[in-house]
Design a protein around this ligand. Structure first.
Ligand code: HEC
Length: 98
């Protein structure tokens, strides 16, 4: 684990990270393990989609379909735990109608 020095305000880091992601998806909680897992596992074949784009129900369907794509292209499958972390993350930040 990396330790933050404490001299740079967290908010500035957030801004920089968001800026870097730019026109790609601006990921919520970019430094969380879940966001990192999402970036690592889901950006191999296409750009990252913002979690806010889809509802929780849609994410469940999409992740299941992506697992078929993983198999088709010989990408190592998601571990049960990894799948849950990514899905939880996407659903937590998913599209909400209200
Ligand atoms: C092995 C390559 C591959 C990886 C890795 C991959 N995807 Fe995809 N993804 C695709 C392909 C191919 C499409 C377009 C065809 C389709 O929609 O079935 C796609 C389309 C999508 C779409 C577009 C919406 C839609 O309904 O088509 C979303 C959202 C998505 N992927 C999310 C993810 C997530 C979340 C992950 C990580 C769990 C992921 N992808 C990892 C291959 C991949």
């Amino acid at each position: 684990m990396k330790r933050r020095k404490g001299t740079v305000p967290a908010r500035l880091i957030m801004t920089l990270v968001m800026g870097t992601i730019g026109c790609n998806a601006s990921l919520p909680e970019p430094e969380s393990p879940a966001a990192q897992a999402y970036q690592q596992r889901c950006s191999g074949c296409h750009r990252l989609y913002a979690p806010q784009l889809l509802t929780a129900e849609m994410w469940k369907v999409v992740v299941t379909r992506m697992e078929q794509e993983f198999r088709r292209r010989g990408v190592p499958p998601l571990q049960t735990e990894e799948r849950q972390i990514i899905l939880d993350y996407l659903q937590k930040h998913g599209y909400k109608a209200s």
